[in-house]
Design a binder for this molecule. Structure first.
Ligand code: AMP
Ligand code: ZN
Length: 482
């Protein structure tokens, strides 16, 4: 596989520490609110990456944290604690908030066919690990205690700006969002490893530590959880692009200083999903969630389909119109799959292999998911039997996870049930293969039978307005578009 690496700014062959095996880490959600569909774009793309790697023959150990402590509203260790903010908003405890939104996150993931990682670890489970890392960093001279907190000393590093597409000015803490500079920091990029002097008097989650009662900084949790479950050598680390700085930069600084060797060579960052009026935010009143998409009648998998149509490194604009188009294209694709014959012979293994090899190669070019989607249409157009087409589509769906055959089967079942009910009363509707129109023609017949002629005429007019002509026959009707 060839992947772009945001640490080297180059696309290169993906190489793992242990051949054939991938240790993968994903920054998990901060569980103070529902995930918005922007967050979920990142998780969809990471899910495809994981599934692709397995499909291409790797074994994968994927680890994800749940941030239930320590993430402040500014990534630069200032502002409010996000969890506390969520708890106050809902008049609940931090633990209740964490449980509720962790469950909500996995419900959303299930609706989007995002597989749960092999290991999911809440940050509050690993306090001993963080304390051990911070103590070691102190012993090695990478950390200092000031004003009640333990800080990482970035001046001790040979190289700090790993993802060096950041401008020094952009990194200047204290200039962003009117956030005040922390006077305890010796260098502007130093960051908190452990807070004891909590400025939040009502901070609910605190633990004993060698520096006093306190809680971990946000960055340390990903280092601690990854080393605990992925070991000392991580192959690929994933997150949204906003995580690159300072979060991932700080993770690298502290982990490599702790380990004394290089840690993770490959960094996978997903570009943001934006709306036409800018960045997606949870503080903007009603924000875009999976439930909102459902309430508006969209299938969450149509949103997954929408995400797959574009490349993970390009910013993607969400609009209802774009989603409507994706839903339409997804429905059409499913109807074409539903029309495939499931018993027209044997799977042609040679053809299937050819397609699968090509799919691995296309997606293996920096996870080109839009080519993966195009591959589905190529299968439908292929010169082979339907059984082979179905087998290839099912195989690709192990990576794309669009429930292609299941949904196509549901369409067929619905059509069959409709046909049955249409013939059961001795009245048959035939048309151009649109069950919704069939149902309307049937409803017109039933209205006529019940002598409700006004309703029958209304339905006929409604169909006419859609350009549908009904031709009545002896025991039924046919319809066509005119
Ligand atoms: P959070 O719950 O804020 O910690 O974010 C969870 C994940 O979503 C992180 O990997 C973020 O980088 C990512 N993320 C945040 N906003 C967006 C967005 N608008 N589009 C894509 N990913 C995002
Ligand atoms: Zn992280």
């Amino acid at each position: 596989m060839y992947l772009y690496n945001s640490a080297t700014h180059k696309k290169a062959e993906f190489v793992t520490h242990t051949p054939g095996h991938v240790e993968m880490y994903t920054c998990g959600p901060t569980v103070y609110h529902f995930a918005h569909i922007g967050n979920l774009r990142s998780y969809i793309m990471e899910d495809v990456l994981e599934k692709y790697l397995r499909y291409a023959g790797y074994s994968v150990n994927r680890v994800m944290n749940i941030t239930d402590v320590g993430h402040l509203s500014s990534d630069a260790d200032t502002g409010e604690d996000k969890m506390l903010k969520g708890a106050k908003r809902e008049n609940k405890s931090v633990l209740e908030i964490a449980k509720y939104y962790t469950d909500a996150f996995f419900d959303d993931c299930a609706k989007l066919n995002i597989k749960t990682p092999d290991v999911v670890e809440p940050a509050t489970n690993c306090i001993d690990e963080y304390i051990n890392i911070v103590q070691t960093l102190e012993q090695k001279g990478y950390a200092y205690f000031a004003g009640g907190n333990v800080y990482f000393d970035t001046s001790k590093l040979d190289r700090y700006y790993i993802f060096n597409d950041h401008d020094e000015d952009d990194l200047a803490i204290g200039v962003r969002e009117g956030v005040e500079e922390d006077p305890n920091k010796r260098n502007k990029n130093d960051f908190v490893l452990w807070f004891t002097q909590s400025k939040f008097e009502d901070q609910a989650l605190k633990w004993d530590s060698p520096w006093g009662v306190g809680y971990p900084g946000w960055h340390i949790e990903c280092s601690g959880i990854s080393m605990k479950h992925n070991g000392e050598y991580l192959d690929i680390h994933c997150g949204g692009v906003d995580n690159a700085f300072p979060h991932h930069t700080n993770e690298i600084a502290q982990t490599e200083s702790f380990l004394g060797h290089a840690w993770c060579p490959q960094w996978f960052h997903v570009a943001h999903l934006n709306t036409n009026d800018g960045k997606m935010s949870k503080s903007k009143g009603e924000f875009l969630t999976v439930s909102l998409l459902e309430q508006k009648g969209y299938d969450p998998l149509a949103y997954r389909f929408f995400c797959l149509q574009s490349h993970y490194r390009k910013a993607l604009v969400f609009s209802w119109e774009n989603l409507e188009n994706a839903q339409g294209a997804y429905n059409k694709l499913l109807r074409r799959i539903a029309a495939l014959n499931d018993a027209d012979g044997q799977v042609d293994e040679a053809v299937a292999k050819e397609f699968k090899d090509k799919f691995i190669q296309q997606l293996g070019n920096d996870l080109n998911t839009s080519m993966g989607v195009t591959a589905l249409y190529d299968v439908l157009k292929a010169k082979t039997n339907d059984v082979t087409k179905r087998a290839i589509l099912a195989s690709f769906d192990q990576v794309l996870s669009l429930n292609l055959l299941e949904k196509a089967a549901a369409i067929r079942e619905k059509e069959a049930a409709q046909a049955k009910s249409q013939t059961a009363c001795g009245y048959t509707v035939t048309g151009e293969g649109d069950p919704a129109i069939d149902a309307l023609v049937m409803a017109r017949y039933e209205a006529k039978k019940a002598k409700n002629f006004a309703e029958a005429d209304r339905i006929r007019d409604e169909l006419k307005a859609q350009g549908i002509e009904i031709i009545d026959a002896k025991d039924g009707a046919t319809w066509k578009r005119v």
